[in-house]
Design a protein around this ligand. Structure first.
Ligand code: SF4
Length: 240
C-alpha cells in the first residue's frame, strides 16, 4: 500500500479518456487500496457533489468529513441535508474546530478572518482536518486543474507534505462544464448559491460572488493576498 511514509512514485496509470476522465478508476483503486483508511474531505461545492455521487458507486458506505467552521452559508448546510437524504449509507461527519467562535474571539480578537485569515483558517480548517486524518493513510479531494492557477499541477495521486498523507484527486481533468453536465444529467442537488454567482463557496465572511473563467476561485478572500485556505499546498504527485 502506498503511504506517505513509504512513498515511491507509484507506477500507476489511469485512463483520462474514460467516461469519467479517470475519476471512477481512481476511486476504485483508492478504495480497494485503502479500504477504511481513506477519507473524503468535502466542501459541498458542486465538485463535491459530483465526487460524492461517484464515490457512492464505488463505496456506498464511505466516510466523508465537512470542515464545519461555524461560518458557512445556510445554503451549504441545506445541501448537506439533501445529500444525507439522498445517500443515507454514507457517513457524513461535520467536524468542528477546538475553539467556538466566541472562544476564538476572546483569545484572538473580533473577526480574526479580517485581521489574520491565515490563523483563522489554521484554527478552523487545518487543525480540524489534521485531527480527522489522524487515523487514515489517504484522503480524497475534489481539486481540478482548471479551477485556478494554484491547482494546475495537481495529479491523481499526490504526496501531501502538509498532512503527511497520500492525497487522491480524481477530478483533475474535469472542466467546469463537465461538472455541470454531470450534475444536470444525474439530477443531483447542489448549493443554490452557485446560481447566484458563486462558483466557489467557502465561509461566508471570505466568499463573494465572482465569475472569472480563468480563475473560478477569484471570489475567495477577494481583496486579500490569500488564495488558498492552506489545505492544498506542498503536494507532489504522479499518475497524470
Ligand atoms: Fe476563517 Fe475565512 Fe478561513 Fe473560514 S475561510 S476559516 S472565515 S479565514
Amino acid at each position: 500500500m502506498i503511504t506517505y511514509q513509504n512513498w515511491l512514485t507509484p507506477e500507476l496509470s489511469f485512463d483520462s479518456n474514460s467516461e469519467t476522465k479517470g475519476a471512477l478508476e481512481v476511486l476504485e483503486w483508492a478504495y480497494s487500496t485503502y479500504g477504511d483508511e481513506i477519507l473524503y474531505s468535502c466542501s459541498f461545492g458542486v465538485e463535491g457533489i459530483v465526487l460524492i455521487d461517484l464515490i457512492s458507486k464505488v463505496n456506498p458506505y464511505a466516510h466523508i468529513v465537512f470542515l464545519d467552521t461555524g461560518l458557512h452559508f445556510q445554503e451549504t448546510y441545506d445541501v448537506i441535508d439533501q445529500i444525507k437524504e439522498k445517500y443515507p449509507n454514507l457517513t457524513i461527519i461535520l467536524k468542528k474546530p477546538q475553539l467556538t467562535l466566541e472562544e476564538q474571539q476572546e483569545e484572538y480578537g473580533k473577526e480574526l478572518w479580517k485581521s489574520n485569515p491565515n490563523l483563522c483558517c489554521h484554527l478552523r480548517k487545518i487543525e480540524p482536518l489534521k485531527e480527522s486524518l489522524d487515523h487514515v493513510s489517504a484522503w480524497i479531494s475534489g481539486l481540478r486543474r482548471e479551477q485556478s492557477p494554484t491547482r494546475k499541477n495537481v495529479q491523481y495521486i499526490n504526496k501531501d507534505d502538509k498532512f503527511h498523507k497520500v492525497k487522491v484527486c480524481p477530478l483533475i481533468h474535469w472542466t467546469w462544464k463537465d461538472i455541470w453536465r454531470y450534475v444536470h444529467k444525474n439530477q443531483l442537488p447542489y448549493n443554490v448559491l452557485h446560481d447566484k454567482g458563486y462558483p466557489s463557496i467557502g465561509c461566508q465572511p471570505c466568499t463573494q460572488p465572482a465569475f472569472n473563467e480563468q480563475d473560478l476561485r477569484s471570489g475567495r478572500w477577494a481583496g486579500q493576498e490569500k488564495l488558498e485556505c492552506g489545505l492544498h499546498v506542498s503536494t507532489r504527485g504522479t499518475s497524470s
